[in-house]
Design a protein around this ligand. Structure first.
Ligand code: PAF
Length: 294
């Protein structure tokens, strides 16, 4: 496995692969890899001749009071996991290498960023769009792999790719969960034992919500309220948002409309804090699935 720390090294290695006409699969990450990342890495390795992983904790996507300084890192473990998953090349730039000067250009995706994490983390998706477009320019992948746990990120990046004509196929991958349902996240290590037990309420509420969504009279607003009530039963849970939106446009449907009447997928997205740790999770509610049960 090749390890590159500079853009120059990366370009040299990639140009030799490109001369051999090899398809490139790319998994951008911020490291501290878990089984969710591993499934993306294995998929990228299986579907492409060359698979590239980037590990870069991107300061641009963290707000001033967010967890940039305490974001977990373990390069040695990440490299071992990448190698075991069949990754060919890892790009691990420093902040200085990615941003030698404060960038004066950013990629701002409108509308799809109006709600959810776009609203509660102002500037977050400008940082994501900017770094992902830089990485796409550096790697020029044929396919790029993103986990659906960050469903809004997938929608934002797909929109950016469409609008700016990046010639890369975005491949969304399903959320990977612990046996009890908790979605895998690098931030789960910050939960104490009690918070870890309580955090299961997120996946349980999403599962319950997909059943409630089948009730013929269930409206958008009612479902959001029921889910908020369910989550609030976990003593330490502090809700940031619980929203049922159209996916992938992430626009809000009329709150009083019946869920069964929708002819497009909806997403139920949650962000909830347990102490200082903010977790996100979501479930796509296919309206065809809803209609089947009505
Ligand atoms: O999902 C992440 O880990 C990050 O937002 C990404 C896509 C690597 C950009 O920094």
């Amino acid at each position: 496995m090749i390890i590159c720390r500079t853009k120059h090294e990366l370009k040299q290695h990639l140009s030799s692969f490109r001369n051999e006409n090899k398809g490139i699969g790319f998994v951008p990450t911020m490291g501290f890899l878990h089984e969710g990342h591993a499934s993306l890495l294995r998929q990228a390795a299986a579907e492409n001749n060359i698979s590239v992983l980037s590990i870069f904790v991107n300061p641009l996507q963290f707000g001033p009071n967010e967890d940039l300084d305490r974001y977990p890192r373990d390069e040695e473990r990440d490299l071992a996991l990448a190698e075991a998953c069949g990754i060919d090349l890892v790009f691990i730039p420093s902040v200085q290498e990615m941003y030698p000067e404060r960038p004066l250009t950013s990629v701002i995706v409108n509308q799809v960023t109006d709600r959810l994490c776009g609203a509660s983390r102002p500037g977050h998706f400008d940082g994501v769009g900017t770094v992902v477009s830089k990485l796409f320019h550096l790697v020029s992948p044929d396919r790029a792999y993103f986990g659906m746990k960050d469903a809004q990120q997938v929608a934002v990046i797909q929109q950016m790719v469409n609008d700016l004509n990046f010639s890369v196929q975005i491949v969304p991958s399903p959320i990977i969960r612990e046996p009890d349902g908790l979605a895998l996240s690098s931030r789960n290590v910050f939960l104490n034992a009690e918070q870890r037990v309580q955090a299961v309420v997120l996946s349980k509420s999403l599962e319950q919500a997909s059943k409630w969504a089948n009730e013929p009279e269930m409206t958008i607003e009612r479902l959001e309220t029921l889910v908020k009530e369910q989550i609030s039963k976990a003593g330490e849970a502090e809700i940031d948002y619980v929203e049922l939106l159209k996916y992938p446009s992430l626009q809000a449907p009329d709150a009083n409309s019946a869920i069964a009447t929708f002819s497009q997928p909806l997403i139920l997205a949650l962000a909830v804090k347990f102490g200082a740790t903010r977790l996100i999770d979501n479930r796509i509610i296919e309206t065809s699935e809803v209609n089947l049960h009505v």
